[in-house]
Design a protein around this ligand. Structure first.
Ligand code: NAP
Length: 381
């Protein structure tokens, strides 16, 4: 990604102190208008909550299905957590139509059944769309973005715009499935350091991952459901793409074999993943630990409002991470890794936890949008 230096002038970009590699976050002169599609659902509400006091973005448009359109947001959203910002409660719910919703940045928390067509319509209208749905994730020129690990995938955007005929800044940038996000963050530095050949993933996924109202209480209380529709397939294909690279015409997935088991458990927020890893060559636990401890993510991801100084922490407590105790780490943007140990069949085992609706969905999308703004993408409009 192109870097801009502090003395480069007042244009959007990640600025670096002259003569150093220390990034300084760029602060736009005016807050940028953003809209949330699917604003009434579990992820949509998290967008509303996280955007309430965002230093760069201002939320003044919310949209959802015909069921909600024309009513006040505060009347239709079954508000789940924290305080509903009063100015958002008073907004009318708009239809998901780019001739009515005017913001240049669109956060989409749409159900997959609706997302494909609607998100494309917004991109065709020149908007930057940050999608949480599965529909576009596996397109070869659509970034499946996590700023700390694969900011280089943004180089695919000109090709995407050309292929789709989208004008200006029009583009779709996606988030991974929330369980994949929990797995890929610790895997990325290990893959960069040692080269991963195969990964086995077993998930324990929170009920908020199923949206609102989600899984019936009689199905999940005191129970474990060893099936989440399409989840295993998503993890198995998204993980290699996220660790892949743009080669000038396509995002080439990393050559990593993935086997996933997905389970729904009676936890409110926080997806836990148990990973067993086979490297190309044997790797000692201590060497893997050193890599994870030192990891701070790609320099492009630093200095943004959602950046963490340390996006991943390794705990030595033998009974952690736990959703109840660790899901809030880094305002829900951090990943907690524990139980780092040798694997008797392969090389390494670990457990990772992240907040599925924050880091795995709304918070991840907002972070992605910050990266795009900082890299000058909005200026392409
Ligand atoms: P949800 O609670 O069921 O919310 C779905 C939203 O989509 C609601 O706002 C709904 O509006 C809207 N919608 C449904 N059909 C529509 C249509 N035809 N036109 C316009 N709007 C429509 O789901 P969620 O959990 O928030 O998930 C949203 C998306 O994020 C999904 O694609 C999901 O796979 C993905 N995701 C979720 C998580 C998670 O942890 N929950 C994590 C990562 C990704 P109404 O209220 O008006 O019906």
């Amino acid at each position: 990604m192109q870097r801009k230096h502090l003395n480069a002038g007042p244009v959007a970009g990640v600025f670096y102190c002259p003569g150093t590699e220390d990034p300084i976050s760029f602060i736009p002169r005016n807050r940028i208008q953003v809209a949330v599609l699917g604003a009434t659902g579990a992820v949509g509400q998290t967008f509303v909550r996280l955007l309430a006091d965002h230093p760069w973005f201002e939320l003044n448009e919310v949209a959802a299905s015909e069921r909600s359109v024309g009513r006040l947001y505060g009347d239709v959203a079954q508000w789940i957590e924290g305080e509903l910002p009063p100015h958002v409660a008073a907004l009318p719910v708009l239809p998901c139509d780019p001739s009515i919703v005017s913001a240049p940045i669109i956060f989409s928390a749409l159900d997959a059944a609706a997302a494909g067509e609607i998100e494309a319509r917004f991109a065709r209208a020149g908007r930057l769309v940050f999608s949480n749905a599965k529909n576009s994730r596996m397109e070869p020129d659509v970034p499946l973005l996590i700023p700390e690990i694969n900011a280089g995938q943004l180089a695919a955007l000109p090709t995407q715009r050309k292929r789709m005929g989208w004008p200006g800044a029009g583009a779709i940038i996606t988030n991974a499935n929330c369980a994949t996000t929990a797995a890929v963050i610790p895997l990325a530095p290990l893959h960069a350091a040692f080269g991963i050949e195969q990964v086995f993933v077993a998930t324990m996924q929170a009920v908020s991952g199923a949206g609102y109202p989600g899984v019936p209480s009689l199905d999940i209380l005191g129970n474990v459901i060893p099936y989440i529709g399409e989840e295993e397939e998503k993890i198995e294909r998204e993980l290699p793409k996220m660790l892949g690279r743009w080669n000038g015409s396509t995002i080439v997935p990393a050559m990593i074999g993935v086997s996933a088991h997905a389970n729904r458990v009676p936890v409110e927020h926080g997806h836990t993943v148990c990973l067993s890893i086979k490297f190309r060559e044997p790797v000692a636990v201590a060497a893997a630990r050193d890599v994870l401890d030192a990891w701070r993510g790609d320099a492009a991801s630093r200095g943004l409002p959602s950046s963490l100084d340390q996006p991943l922490v390794v705990t030595d407590m033998p009974n952690r991470p736990q959703p109840r105790r660790d899901v809030g780490f880094g305002r829900g943007m951090g990943v907690t890794v524990g139980r780092l140990r040798a694997d008797p069949l392969w090389d390494l085992r670990l457990v990772a936890l992240t907040h599925n609706v924050v880091r795995g969905a709304a918070g991840g999308s907002i972070f992605n949008a910050e990266l795009l703004v900082a890299s000058g993408e909005l200026g392409a409009a």
